[in-house]
Design a protein. Structure first.
Length: 510
């Protein structure tokens, strides 16, 4: 067992970057977090300044180590987790990005994607047919990195030729930070892991290598792509003159949702977690074969501990969950703070027969229907503010059930327990309602910072700080379990109502 006391995780998120220090029990010791600017050059476009992200990363590392009085000599390893898909292209010789980072939420390549689906014969349906889904496990969508890289290479003069000559590098923010932490233009290592690579539209989901067909179709030279490595692996050392002030192995790299699945110790086939934030992200460990989804989910690499092999996950994302609570707070002014929803929703026994389908920007998994728009149905004069608030919380639970049903169909696994994390799981009523609507136990862990913890685990496993996966399972501790208090008939009737409400919301726009 190593003598060192801590593992450091860097969580490079969409709105902020956080550095967290964990001890051997997987408990947080200290942390620091800083936001970065969100840049909106056009409606639906979102960018970040990659230099600002690098600068904030250095600040939060120094800040966290200083807040906890942590000596670099006590750190066994560093793990990185990151907002997935966000695309950075930079000059190898200077470390300067040639364009702002294009963020996962950015829709600028939507027209290209629509064209691609129509004209290439590569179209796919949510039932899982189609070339792109077969090769990558994904759908044709502006969400993934591939079309974002293409956009930069098409727009920045000379970029494609420079990329072919190996003068430009691509990375998601994991790759960008690892390259900078290991020396940047002076010998920085250019790597990513399978979980991030599987979100680019460029990685073959079976071979775990960059796929020639996809690279050729999008016109992306292989010379600019990072090497795909396991998620738990020593990539290189931080440099002495960097923010750690010492050489420490960087040994973990996982996309944020996969990191949360790892941090929740969902290490056996059939285990799943749901993260309740602005949207919801549900992932299920499906073992070492990439099951193609026939029910509107994505197939994605979960993690790898050895070259050429990985554990896979099915993923279902829901666009609007916590964001619907924000809408009650900011647009309707029904509550002052998000946690007040628990108080108001508990004042009524049920939602009075109404359903709220928060399809503000269409419906994601498992429907993938961009023509749907938000709807509150079943209104009568009886309905009060508390009913609307309760229906909002219920909408989070119903949407989660939609995704779980798809996952169960695809995987053949009947989920008996769901691990939860994210900002909204502090709401006990929401968790109880979730158990009631699913008929499945909902389990909340003590450490809710599962994303950073997952990255720390990946790094600690690669360096022997933690011996094996059983230590990680043992560290996982439950805060509270919510068992269903509802009857089967009531659950069925409520869910039937939801399905009817979803139908009403669909086909609203062209
Ligand atoms: P993200 O990481 O997506 O920014 P967080 O994990 O911080 O989000 O979760 C915040 C989201 O959860 C917000 O959308 C907020 O409206 C919602 N939320 C936070 N606390 C509660 C609560 N007690 N009840 C219901 N929703 C909540």
């Amino acid at each position: 067992m190593s003598e060192k006391k801590y593992v450091v995780a860097i969580d490079q998120g969409t709105t902020s970057t956080r550095c967290m220090v964990f001890d051997r029990k997987g408990l947080p010791v200290c942390s620091q977090q800083m936001e970065h600017a969100q840049i909106y050059p056009n409606p639906g476009w979102v960018e970040h300044d990659a230099m600002e992200i690098w600068s904030r990363t250095q600040d939060v590392i120094r800040g966290a180590l200083s807040a906890g009085n942590i000596a670099a000599g006590d750190i066994a390893a560093v793990g990185i987790t990151n907002q997935r898909e966000t695309t950075v292209v930079w000059e190898k010789s200077t470390g300067k990005p040639i364009h702002n980072a294009i963020v996962w939420q950015c829709m600028r390549t939507q027209d290209f994607c629509a064209q691609w689906q129509k004209s290439s014969g590569w179209e796919q349906t949510i039932t899982g047919e189609g070339k792109v889904k077969d090769i990558t496990g994904l759908l044709i969508s502006p969400y993934f990195s591939g079309t974002k890289i293409k956009w930069i290479l098409d727009r920045v003069p000379g970029a494609r030729e420079r990329a072919e000559r190996g003068e430009l590098l691509f990375g998601n923010t994991d790759t960008w930070l690892i390259w900078n932490l290991t020396g940047g233009p002076n010998g920085g290592v250019h790597v990513t892991d399978v979980s991030n690579a599987s979100r680019t539209l460029l990685m073959n989901i079976e071979t775990l290598r960059w796929d020639r067909t996809m690279m050729d179709f999008l016109g992306i030279p292989e010379a600019m792509l990072p090497q795909i490595k396991p998620s738990s692996h020593v990539y290189g050392n931080t440099v002495k003159h960097g923010p750690f002030g010492a050489e420490i192995p960087i040994a973990g790299d996982l996309g944020d949702q996969q990191a949360a699945l790892f941090g929740q110790a969902c290490l056996s086939k059939g285990e799943a977690k749901n993260t309740y934030g602005t949207g919801c992200f549900m992932l299920m460990n499906i073992g070492d074969k990439p099951i193609p989804s026939k029910n509107g989910l994505l197939t994605t690499a979960f993690y790898s501990r050895e070259e050429g092999r990985c554990v896979y996950a099915l993923e279902g994302s829901i666009a609007i969950t916590g964001a619907a609570v924000q809408w009650l707070r900011d647009n309707l002014k029904l509550v002052d703070e998000a946690p007040d929803t628990e108080y108001f929703a508990s004042k009524v026994e049920d939602s009075g027969g109404i359903y709220f389908v928060p399809a503000f920007s269409g419906l994601f998994a498992p429907y993938w229907d961009m023509t749907a728009r938000g709807a509150i149905v079943g209104l009568t004069r009886f309905i009060r503010k508390s009913h609307i608030i309760r229906a909002t919380l219920e909408s989070i639970c119903y949407q989660t059930r939609d995704v779980i049903e798809a996952m169960q169909k695809d995987s053949g696994v009947n989920l008996t327990s769901l691990k939860v994390d994210g900002g909204a799981v502090k709401n006990d009523l929401l968790m109880q309602m979730q158990a009631d609507i699913l008929g499945t136990e909902v389990v909340r862990p003590v450490v809710n910072e599962t994303t950073a913890l997952g990255a720390a685990y990946a790094a600690g496993l690669a360096t022997g700080f933690w011996k094996d996966e059983s230590e990680i399972r043992n560290n996982w501790a439950m805060d509270r379990k919510f068992a269903s208090l509802s009857t089967t008939e009531r659950r069925r009737a409520m869910y039937d109502g939801w399905k009817k409400a979803v139908e009403k919301s669909r086909g609203w726009t062209d």
